[in-house]
Write a protein that binds this ligand. Structure first.
Ligand code: PHE
Length: 434
């Protein structure tokens, strides 16, 4: 699912991606609320980013070395749906590594804003990803019954606390601190399916800029119109900075927190590619958190998507590898790298078929697969969907592709993974294996 176009996209259309690299839109799809409990594994410690405070309102504040225990994140609260695989990603902060493709894209976007608007934008890149559900949803006007709030789509620590599913979760709190122009980069978390372009953790950058009457009066425009014109000019410049001279188009979109809302698409390597979502910020958010009489624009973009397109990175799992054959190809500040695949090991396909229950969701299945196979799971694909004419029961058959990007897998290890997937699916997902 993607966080984007709530009103007009299907469930797989997303803000971050729609054509080339799919990412997900929480703003579309059906509400299904099956719960998956965390699978117990070894405890671990990570370095969480700092909580927002006035001291973090600084240009590119560095991450603070602190620890977050597993018990803070994975609890036995019935609402908790965070697995060890997800816990282990918290605090890794790929966007803070200047030589990592995610950090390189972040740096290029910062460079653009620094050169066009020197000292205007305050940059945040170490805000903690564990946020209040109110910040993630209510403060950006996500309706109470919106699908994105479902535990099928969002990771909950407890009913009031989530792993942010978008960097928009920080809009209101930063406005309350009086910031009028800022960029927020961070890891965001969404429960989702498994394939080359979907991963439950990815990185977004949020941009917000506020204007006052003195800005638009001089232009002769109304405030909202001024913000829209400014927004489009700024983002067209950004797209050009990243992609060079490209054809662009604006598509009407829907987000709860902006009106009007748009997506920017560029024509790149023969197809239209969605680059970001944006719009004029809902007046209510500004009035409540900054004060009346202002206008603002906001945008959000997915860094993996941009990196995959710009650097020719074929699989989203690669961002998480420590293999120097991947990392060694990139250099801080270098936007012209084209990734050369260093190997292609054979995939191993295994099918699992079962009678589903009402509570079954594909996201829950994928969570089980990820927690058992980790990044060896390349794709989980529904290959058969059948309803028995007499009993009315529905059977699904999923094909799981196992493949390592670093080595050949043995039959024995794949069989062992598949066996564990089968037994866990049967016990945790309340389905009947066939
Ligand atoms: N938060 C939106 C998403 O994740 C992106 C967005 C940000 C859209 C700001 C408009 C304004 O899909």
């Amino acid at each position: 699912m993607s966080l984007t176009a709530l009103s007009h996209c299907g469930p797989r259309c997303s803000l971050a991606v729609r054509h080339l690299v799919q990412q997900r839109s929480l703003w579309a799809g059906t509400f299904r609320s099956a719960q998956l409990t965390a699978l117990p594994k070894a405890p671990g410690f990570v370095r969480p980013p700092r909580q927002l405070s006035s001291s973090t309102v600084a240009q590119c504040a560095a991450a603070a070395p602190s620890v977050l225990s597993r018990a803070d994140v994975i609890t036995d609260h019935p609402f908790n749906n965070i697995t060890d695989t997800i816990f282990q990603k918290i605090g890794v902060n790929l966007h803070q590594q200047p030589g990592h493709p995610i950090g390189i894209i972040k740096g290029a976007i910062h460079d653009y804003f620094d050169s066009h608007h020197p000292t205007t934008f305050t940059k945040f890149d170490d805000l903690a990803p564990i946020v209040a559900a109110t910040a993630n949803f209510d403060e950006v006007l996500v309706p109470a019954d919106h699908v994105s709030r479902s535990p099928n789509d969002t990771y909950y620590v407890a009913p009031e606390t989530v792993l942010r599913c978008h960097t928009s979760a920080h809009q209101a709190e930063i406005l309350r601190q009086g910031e009028r122009a800022f960029l927020v980069t961070g890891d965001v978390y969404r429960r989702d399916s498994i394939d080359a372009t979907h991963y439950p953790v990815f990185h977004q950058m949020e941009g917000v800029r506020v204007f006052g009457p003195q800005d638009w009066q001089a232009s002769g425009m109304e405030g909202a119109q001024y913000a829209e014109v400014e927004l489009k000019r700024t983002l067209e410049g950004l797209a050009q900075h990243l992609f060079g001279e490209v054809e662009m188009r604006w598509i009407d979109a829907y987000f709860p927190f902006t009106e009007p809302s748009f997506e920017l698409e560029i024509f790149f390597k023969g197809q239209w590619l969605e680059v970001l979502g944006c719009g004029v910020m809902q007046q209510q958010i500004l009035d409540k958190n900054l004060g009346p009489g202002q206008k603002a624009w906001a945008f959000g973009l997915g860094l993996e998507r941009l990196a995959m397109v710009l650097f020719d990175i074929p699989d989203i799992r690669l961002f998480w590898t420590s293999d120097q054959r991947f990392l060694g190809q990139f250099k801080a500040g270098n936007m012209t790298t084209k990734f050369k695949s260093y190997s292609k090991y054979p995939p191993c396909y295994k099918d699992v078929a079962f009678w589903i229950s009402d509570a079954f969701t594909e996201n829950n299945l994928c969570e089980v697969v990820r927690d058992i196979a980790g990044d060896l799971a390349e794709e989980v694909k529904l290959i058969d969907d059948f309803t028995h004419p007499k009993t009315g029961r529905t059977s699904h058959c999923y094909r799981i592709a196992y493949r390592s990007m670093e080595r050949s897998l043995t039959d024995d290890e794949v069989n062992a993974l598949q066996e564990e997937v089968r037994s866990t699916v049967a016990t945790k997902l309340n389905v009947e294996l066939r």
